[in-house]
Design a protein around this ligand. Structure first.
Ligand SMILES: Cc1cc2nc3c(=O)[nH]c(=O)nc-3n(C[C@H](O)[C@H](O)[C@H](O)COP(=O)(O)OP(=O)(O)OC[C@H]3O[C@@H](n4cnc5c(N)ncnc54)[C@H](O)[C@@H]3O)c2cc1C
Ligand SMILES: Cc1cc2nc3c(=O)[nH]c(=O)nc-3n(C[C@H](O)[C@H](O)[C@H](O)COP(=O)(O)O)c2cc1C
Length: 761
């Protein structure tokens, strides 16, 4: 084949090499605008895995690259003057210039033609397309080829918020990949530093746009801005200079990272590769890896498939998956740095943990494998913060105190409707269901939404707290749980609003009853869906009555012996219908601005707080995202809501999301609502519970240790296994967790089986 590779970076060169290795008769030409030894940037990081892939593809160049590698195992974080080091991370670095020289040398040996100092223009791309069988567009981040055929490739370029500059230094960072965070007169500035040869290290300096503006970096020459960076990081540089080699970049060398995605990677005989096709943020160091591995893949497919078209189609399909996986990790990492102000006040141990787990590729147990000692010291720190000094159990087993309520651990059985009540009265089903979960080890067990009035029920099967027999039934449960288990009980109280008078959960959820519907209330006269009843928009009398019903339910919950109550202001029910602009269209003081929309929910919360005993905690569940874009509640709004709740003496926010509109477009995934809890906890300074697709002990420990929530709610896993916590404790080898005394023989056997790696299947 005759192939022109546009761009002599890692992608273009390594693709040319790989093609020649398959078949020396291919005519390969690499066209590069720079001189052979003239390259921007300093070191790049590759993983052992990528090196193995290179060795399998071309042992000769892999060996030469390996000879020039700097290896390191540690990550050091310098924050608030404290340097924390963890190990077991396994990276290797090489100078970008060195890498390109080695690849050029290898390409030359294999007969690749290289044309340097040749700028590709739109016109020359068209000509090359006619002359060559295939044109590989490996012309980097700002690919001209991608721009030329933008209507076919459909690029989506997201310019990220932080500013960064890629510098080098002769100061050595031999022992660790080092992150340094410095507070300046204009805000935080941080560096990502790593050694890549005997006497040179990469030193990427990054900061927020606001800090960058305040320093005036944009108006400075490269040398002027370097002088400021040298001053900021003076105590880490030992008198060594910071250096630039970005002389080819016009103006200031500071840039915003563009996240590039393309809908298509090929157009007729043009194929995108490397940064031209997709970028991964430098903070996860995977750009060169993606470029090199994509080069191997396309060269392989061009020799294994029947036609070039089939090869390109397979390349696009296979590599896109890998790229999306890395881009998702890169997005998490990028966002972590963008939102860093939220974390900089954390204790250095927690800050370090948060940084190490920022991309969500590394979990709690991964860290245990990498550096068991460091993780143990972090777990000790967590336990001692929780009032358990000297203990190194996993964070999920740390106690937690809210007012006078002390929980034995951080796991919560999330509220889950059972639809088994009769006329609002909990039955034996409720007794056995909740008693089992309390025996199952979770520190806190929630009731399902318990309704404040018959018409405030969601379904005819929902329980209530509005009649003496309800109070008596709940009291029987509270007495049993308090006598027989260490668990605490929380009653979730709520009013169904526009979602009331609907079918049982396992019938047609949210659909009206076939018969026997009752009149319903909401913030505005807007039905949940076209099939549902139109609710009455509440007037002042309705508001007073419902507020008093909440108060009365709270008093019953107290007398029944509940340790905590939660007011349900999420999921589209009555209070939630006031908060979200999607369902609140009022033109009085209860509609309009967020403060107005919160006015009635806060009236209810304040009234409940006044009667709920001062020694008992109060929680509010909110939907932190309506998943309807700016039209609905956004995570930004949720932070404001949480601040108002904090001011109303709410102790903890239970951070759920969605179920407020039939138009919502939620983005599901593992721990998908946890980022909202993280934001609220660290921006509104109030305790939070995270919930939503959290199902492994590893998730729970990662969330708690990184300070993304104080408690973690586990819902569906507790339907499948009332003893979820006791079972995961056995799996983690934690034998301190308390089993009910009559079950200890079972616990002993389970723990022994777990130690031998055996289970019941
Ligand atoms: C600050 C920073 C730090 C990074 N750190 C790492 C890291 O640690 N590890 C890692 O793996 N990756 C890192 N990367 C990313 C990495 O450099 C790129 O992902 C990688 O180089 C992509 O290779 P490529 O061949 O696709 O593009 P490039 O390396 O950008 O090569 C493109 C080539 O095309 C040439 N070119 C462009 N336009 C034209 C034209 N019109 N005519 C002729 N030639 C042209 C350019 O001169 C260039 O040589 C970092 C990137 C940045 C910005
Ligand atoms: C059967 C069922 C009933 C639920 N009932 C309630 C409820 O009464 N109140 C509430 O706030 N959330 C309720 N939820 C939502 C859960 O508390 C939780 O937020 C959700 O299931 C996500 O957590 P998970 O991924 O651990 O299941 C219910 C969930 C399920 C599966």
């Amino acid at each position: 084949m005759r192939i022109a590779c546009l761009g002599g970076g890692p992608a273009g060169l390594y693709f040319a090499i790989s093609m020649k290795l398959h078949d020396p008769s291919h005519e390969m030409v690499v066209i590069e605008r720079n001189r052979a030894d003239d390259t921007f940037g300093w070191g790049v990081v590759l993983s052992d895995e990528t090196l193995d892939n290179l060795a399998a593809n071309d042992p000769v160049s892999a060996e030469r690259i390996r000879e020039h590698f700097a290896y390191w195992d540690d990550i050091a974080v310098v924050h608030k003057g404290v340097k924390t080091v963890s190990t077991g991370h396994g990276f290797c670095g090489i100078g970008r210039r060195q890498l390109l020289i080695l690849l050029q040398e290898r390409a030359r040996e294999l007969g690749v033609e290289m044309r340097f100092e040749t700028d590709i223009t739109e016109a020359s791309i068209e000509q090359l397309r006619r002359e060559y069988d295939l044109v590989l567009a490996a012309d980097g981040l700002n690919s001209r080829t991608r721009q030329t055929y933008a209507e076919h490739f459909k690029p989506d370029i997201d310019v990220r918020a932080c500013k960064f500059v890629w510098l080098g230094t002769h100061q050595t960072f031999n022992d660790a990949f080092t992150f340094i965070f410095e507070k300046t007169e204009h805000g935080w500035v941080w560096a990502h530093a790593y050694q890549f040869d005997k006497d040179t290290a990469t030193f990427i300096v990054e900061c927020s746009e606001a800090t960058w503006q305040a320093f005036g970096f944009g108006e400075m020459s490269q040398q002027e801005s370097i002088a400021i960076c040298e001053r900021i990081f003076a105590k880490h540089l030992d008198g060594h200079a910071l250096m630039t080699n970005a002389n080819h970049i016009r103006g200031s060398a500071w840039i915003n990272f563009p996240r590039v995605l393309c809908e298509r990677w090929s157009y007729e005989n043009v194929v995108l590769m490397g940064d031209a096709a997709a970028t991964a943020h430098f903070s996860i160091g995977s750009g060169s890896k993606l470029a090199l591995e994509s080069a191997i893949a396309l060269a392989n497919y061009l020799h294994s498939e029947n036609s070039s078209e089939a090869a390109v189609a397979r390349y696009e399909e296979d590599r896109r998956f890998e790229v999306l996986r890395l881009q998702s990790a890169a997005r998490n990492s990028t966002e972590w740095f963008e939102q860093i102000e939220r974390y900089l006040d954390l204790d250095p141990v927690q800050f370090n943990y948060s940084l190490l787990t920022r991309s969500q590729r590394i979990s709690h147990e991964n860290l245990r494998v990498r550096d068991p000692q460091w993780l143990e010291s972090a777990e000790r720190w967590f336990q001692s913060q929780a009032g358990n000094p000297g203990n190194a159990r996993a964070p999920m087993f740390a106690p937690y105190q809210l007012r006078d309520m002390r929980l034995v651990n951080r796991v919560v059985v999330s509220p889950m409707a059972q639809y088994k009540a009769v006329d609002g009265c909990p039955t034996d089903w409720h007794f056995s269901h909740y008693a089992e979960r309390a025996k199952g080890g979770a520190g806190l067990v929630y009731t399902e939404m318990t309704c404040v009035s018959p018409s405030g029920r969601i379904t005819p099967g929902c329980p209530g707290l509005y009649a003496p027999e309800h109070e008596a039934a709940w009291k029987r449960l509270c007495d049993f749980v308090h006598t027989e288990t260490p668990a605490k009980l929380c009653a979730q109280i709520g009013h169904s609003g526009a979602k009331g008078s609907t079918q049982l959960g396992w019938q047609e959820m949210d659909a009206p009853l076939a018969d026997g519907n009752w009149p319903i209330l909401a913030a505005s006269a807007q039905p949940w869906s076209a099939r549902n009843q139109v609710p009455k928009a509440m007037d002042r009398d309705d508001m007073d009555r419902v507020r008093d019903e909440f108060v009365s339910a709270a008093q019953m919950a107290d007398r029944a012996g509940f340790d905590m109550i939660e007011i349900h202001a999420a999921h589209g029910y009555l209070l939630s219908s006031f908060i979200t602009p999607l369902t609140n269209h009022r033109d009085d003081e209860y509609g309009g601005s967020l403060d107005n929309r919160l006015r009635y929910p806060l009236e209810v919360i304040n009234a409940v707080r006044r009667v709920w005993p001062a020694h008992k905690p109060l929680s509010v569940r909110i939907s932190a995202n309506d998943w309807c874009g700016a039209e609905g509640i956004t995570p930004d709004d949720a932070v404001q809501i949480a601040k108002r709740l904090r001011d109303a003496e709410v102790d903890i926010v239970d951070v759920s999301a969605g179920q407020t509109s039939t138009q919502a477009k939620p983005v599901y995934g593992r721990m998908f609502q946890t980022p909202f809890s993280d934001r609220i906890r660290n921006e509104a300074s109030i305790a939070t519970m995270a919930v939503g697709n959290i199902y492994q002990a590893d998730h729970v420990n990662s969330i708690l240790m990184a300070g993304r929530a104080d408690l973690v709610c586990i819902a569906r896993p507790h339907l499948a296994d009332p003893y979820w916590l006791l079972h995961v404790a056995a799996g983690l080898g934690d034998s301190e967790v308390e089993w009910p005394a009559p079950y200890r023989a079972g616990a002993d056997q389970l723990q022994r089986l777990a130690e031998r790696g055996e289970g019941w299947v």
